[in-house]
Design a binder for this molecule. Structure first.
Ligand code: ZN
Length: 500
C-alpha cells in the first residue's frame, strides 16, 4: 500500500498540471480574446512539457515497478491494482515512442492540419495526398513502436479504447452492417413520412438557452459543481471531480442543435461528476475510454433525449416557451421530427440510424491505408464507393467526402471507432438498466430522472477508470460488446416512426 501511495503522490503533480492546462484550454475556447492566443499556446506547451517530463521520468517507472511488486498476488479488483494497471498502460503509451517520432508527429500534424484546411476549402484532395501519405507512414511507425500482437491497428485503437481489439470490432461492425444497410434503405424509401420543417423556424436564442439549462438541471447536472458556457465546438472538460464544465452553441434557425448538444455534453459531464470521490486527484478519476464516455453522452442524448417519455414530460414546457413555433405541433409530430433520418454526406450531421455507417467506412479505410491495402491516391474513390454502397449517395466533391473530418490531419487514426462503440454500448447499458429498474421510462415521463441517473452512477460512473472498457461492459451487462441490442432498438423505434 505504501508503494501505491508513493506512486499516487508522485503522479498528483501530473494530474494537477493536466487540470491546470484544462482550465487554460477551456478559457481559450470560451472567453479568451483573440489577442491571447499566442501566449496561451506557449503556456499550454510549458504545462504539457512539465507533465510529460514528470510522467515519463525514470522515477515514475521505478515507483511503478515497486508498486507492481508490492501488489503481486493482490486482488485484481482492488483500487490499488486498478491504479497500477492504468498507470502502466499510460506509462507505456507515453514512453514507448522515441523522442524523434514524437517530434516528427508534432511537426507533421501541425503542417498537415494547415494543408488540410486549405485543401478542404479548395476541394483539392491532390494537395493533401502527400501529407496524408506522410501521416500514415508515421502511424505505421507509431504502431510498431507501441507494439501489437495481431493487427497493426490494435496499437492505435488501444490509445483511445484500452484493450480493444481490431478483429473483434471488425466482426461486430460486419454483422451490424449486414443488417443496418438494408434497414437504412427501407427508411430512405419513406423519408417524406416525417415533416421536420418547423424545427427550422426562428427560435430565440435566449429562450433556447433558458430551456436547455432547465433540461440539464432536471437531468441531474449539478451547477454547484459545473457550469455551461458557449463555444464554437461544444465540449466537456474537467478540472476536478467537483468541477466539470460543459459548452454549447446556439443556432437561431435550428432548434435541435443546441438542445441536444447540451444534453450530449451533460451526459459526458454526469459520468465525470459521478466518479467516486476517493479517486479524486488520482489517475483513476474520469472516464475509462472514449467509447464508454460516448456511450454516456449518447444514452442521454439519443435514447433519453430523443425518446417519447422525455418529451411527455418536457414538451408542454417547450410549447410554452415557443408558442408561435410549436403551439400547433402535437407531441407525436414533434417526437417524429426530432428523430428524422436523412441521407447525409456529412458524419457530424448524421442521425443515429445512419451515423455508424459513416464510422464503419472510416474504420475500414483506416485499416486498409495502414496495412497498405489501399493507396492514398485511390482513397477518394474508395470513400465514394463505400458511401454509395452504404448510404446510396456519392459525394459531389472531396470536400463533402474524404476531406470532411479533421482527424487524419491531426494524426488521430484509431479514434473514429470509439464513436460507434459508444452508440452500441449505450443501448446495452440502457437495456440492462431497464432490466434492473423497469420503471425508468415511466419515471422519465414523470420528470424523474434520478432512477436512471442513480443506476448509471452506481454501475458505471463510480468506477472512473478502474476497469478497462471490455471488463466494465462484461461486469455491467454480463456480455461483451455486440450489435444486436442496438439493431433491435433501431427497428423498434424507427419502424414506428416511419411506419415500416
Ligand atoms: Zn461526445
Amino acid at each position: 500500500m505504501e508503494a501505491v501511495e508513493k506512486l499516487n503522490a508522485h503522479l498528483a503533480d501530473v494530474v494537477n498540471l493536466a487540470r491546470a492546462a484544462a482550465v487554460l484550454g477551456w478559457d481559450q475556447q470560451t472567453y479568451m480574446p483573440p489577442g491571447g492566443a499566442e501566449a496561451r499556446g506557449e503556456q499550454l506547451a510549458t504545462l504539457s512539457k512539465l507533465a510529460h517530463e514528470i510522467f515519463a521520468s525514470d522515477k515514475t517507472g521505478q515507483l511503478l515497478e515497486e508498486a507492481e511488486r508490492a501488489l503481486d498476488g493482490a486482488d485484481p479488483d482492488s483500487t490499488e491494482a486498478a491504479l497500477v494497471r492504468v498507470v502502466r498502460h499510460d506509462y507505456d503509451l507515453e514512453t514507448k515512442l522515441p523522442t524523434s517520432l514524437v517530434e516528427a508527429l508534432a511537426r507533421e500534424t501541425t503542417r498537415a492540419h494547415e494543408i488540410w484546411v486549405k485543401a478542404r476549402e479548395q476541394n483539392d484532395f491532390a494537395s493533401f495526398a502527400p501529407m496524408l501519405e506522410r501521416i500514415y507512414d508515421l502511424m505505421r511507425e507509431k504502431a510498431e513502436a507501441l507494439g501489437y500482437e495481431d493487427r497493426m491497428y490494435d496499437a492505435l485503437l488501444d490509445q483511445y479504447e484500452p484493450g480493444a481489439k481490431t478483429a473483434h470490432v471488425a466482426e461486430v461492425f460486419d454483422g451490424l452492417r449486414q443488417e443496418l444497410v438494408p434497414f437504412v434503405h427501407q427508411i430512405f424509401e419513406r423519408l417524406d413520412a416525417v415533416d421536420h420543417s418547423f424545427l427550422h423556424k426562428e427560435y430565440d436564442v435566449k429562450k433556447q438557452e433558458e430551456f436547455g439549462l432547465e433540461v440539464i438541471r432536471q437531468l441531474g447536472y449539478d451547477f454547484s459543481r459545473g457550469r455551461q458556457d458557449r463555444a464554437v465546438h461544444p465540449f466537456t472538460t474537467n478540472f476536478s471531480i467537483n468541477d466539470v464544465r460543459i459548452t454549447t452553441r446556439y443556432l437561431p434557425n435550428y432548434l435541435p442543435s443546441a438542445l441536444f448538444s447540451s444534453v450530449h455534453e451533460a451526459g459526458h459531464a454526469l459520468y465525470e461528476l459521478g466518479c467516486d470521490q476517493s479517486l479524486e486527484n488520482t489517475m483513476l478519476a474520469g472516464g475509462t475510454s472514449l467509447g464508454v464516455h460516448e456511450s454516456q453522452s449518447r444514452l442521454w442524448e439519443n435514447i433519453v433525449g430523443r425518446g417519447r417519455p422525455f418529451w411527455q414530460h418536457f414538451y408542454p414546457l417547450l410549447q410554452q416557451t415557443f408558442p408561435e413555433q410549436l403551439g400547433k405541433v402535437d407531441l407525436d409530430a414533434f417526437y417524429r421530427a426530432i428523430n428524422f433520418v436523412s441521407r447525409s454526406l456529412i458524419r457530424v450531421e448524421a442521425d443515429e440510424v445512419t451515423y455508424n455507417l459513416h464510422i464503419m467506412l472510416r474504420f475500414e479505410m483506416e485499416n486498409d491505408l495502414l496495412e497498405g491495402k489501399l493507396a492514398v491516391k485511390d482513397a477518394p474513390e474508395a470513400w465514394n464507393a463505400k458511401m454509395q454502397e452504404y448510404l446510396g449517395i456519392t459525394p459531389p466533391n472531396d470536400a463533402q467526402g474524404i476531406l470532411q473530418d479533421v482527424h487524419w490531419s491531426s494524426g488521430l487514426v484509431g479514434y473514429f471507432p470509439t464513436y460507434a462503440l459508444g452508440t452500441l454500448l449505450s443501448v446495452q447499458f440502457w437495456d440492462k438498466a431497464l432490466e434492473d429498474v423497469p420503471s425508468i421510462p415511466d419515471d422519465i415521463a414523470q420528470g424523474n430522472f434520478s432512477t436512471l441517473h442513480d443506476w448509471l452512477r452506481n454501475h458505471i460512473y463510480v468506477h472512473g477508470r478502474k476497469y478497462f472498457p471490455a471488463d466494465l461492459v462484461q461486469r455491467v451487462t454480463g456480455e461483451p460488446l455486440q450489435y444486436h441490442s442496438f439493431m433491435r432498438y433501431l427497428r423498434d423505434k424507427y419502424s414506428e416512426i416511419y411506419e415500416l
